[in-house]
Write a protein that binds this ligand. Structure first.
Ligand code: BJW
Length: 246
């Protein structure tokens, strides 16, 4: 195992990881890929649902135009997620909480798999598939795993929608600001399984870098962030992240 680590992780990164105090891990869909969650992009493909590209069905416009269709898409995905479990990458990140007193996990994922692996205080930039949000009063009921979800708000009777951040929508109040604060204070920033195409999330590694952090990307493919990174490790998160602490 030590040999695998030595082949993939440079001595400098190993030392940075050993001595870092404030670590930010930015994750994207790729961290959940080995659990069976489909990514949005990557490998040359884009997710399509009933003939609609995901950036059409996962859009603010579609919520206004056809909320039942949006729910159908999210109900389908919640049903798929129910059967899936965190993978070695989620578990490795959760274990890092023991090593780093100041570990911040910032995720673009809405699947809840970091929390299922035991990571606390995850900053969810794009919301959660396990919550609804009232289109009027902003109440945010959890969606039970094994019961029917409500369609109408218990507080005000208006329609509920998925509590996720769709294209053209603002991120949850305070979430990005907190992520920026943590990125700017970090000494190590790991960017795992994101195509780094969606902003403002994709701007976080640059903030970390310009504040002096060592930035490392883990991804089977290069991304627009690769050139900015101090180290790029090519491969799957579930294979690579467990090697970091060896
Ligand atoms: C593996 C792997 C393995 C595979 N191991 N890796 C600045 C410039 C240009 C545009 C904008 C800008 N600022 C804002 C915008 C607009 C827009 C945007 O960024 N558009 C770009 C696409 C151009 N941003 C927004 O609209 C955001 N809101 C906003 O900025 O509000 C302010 C505002 C409002 C109004 C007007 C203007 C400003 C909101 C973005 C919300 C994104 N929402 C989604 C859908 C969530 C709901 C749903 O799930 O349906 O979030 S889009 C989708 O992309 C999802 C993801 O979180 C997000 C990022 O994708 P991610 O995670 O990177 O996944 P993939 O699939 O793209 O990549 C997977 C990667 O994994 C690949 O690289 C693989 O290689 C890798 N991989 N196996 C490791 N085993």
């Amino acid at each position: 195992m030590q040999t695998a680590r030595a082949q993939l992780i440079s001595p400098e990164l190993h030392e940075r990881f050993r001595t870092a105090e404030r670590v930010v891990v930015l994750t994207g869909a790729g961290v959940s890929a080995e659990s069976g969650v489909p990514t949005f992009r990557g490998g040359g493909n884009t997710t399509v649902w009933k003939g609609m590209p995901f950036d059409v069905i996962s859009s603010a416009t579609m919520v206004q135009r056809d909320l039942p269709a949006v729910w159908e898409w999210f109900d389908y995905r919640r049903n798929l997620l129910k059967q899936l479990k965190p993978n070695a990458a989620h578990h490795a990140i959760a274990d890092w909480q023991q090593q780093f007193p100041h570990l911040t996990v910032v995720t673009q994922n809405i699947d809840g798999l970091h929390q299922a692996a035991g990571t606390n205080n995850v900053i969810e930039l794009h919301g959660s598939i396990w919550r609804s949000r009232c289109i009027d009063c902003n109440s945010r009921p959890e969606i039970p795993r094994d019961e029917r979800r409500d369609s109408l708000c218990y507080e005000c009777g208006n329609h509920l929608r998925p509590d996720v951040v769709l294209f053209g929508e603002m991120l949850p109040p305070g979430a990005f600001e907190l992520a920026v604060e943590r990125a700017a204070a970090s000494d190590l920033c790991l960017v795992v399984g994101t195509s780094a195409l969606v902003y403002p999330a994709a701007g976080l590694p640059e903030i970390a870098k310009s504040s002096g952090a060592f930035v490392c990307e883990v991804n089977p493919e290069r991304t627009p962030l690769s050139d900015l990174c101090d180290e790029v490790i090519t491969g799957k998160a579930g294979d690579l992240l467990p090697l970091f602490s060896q």
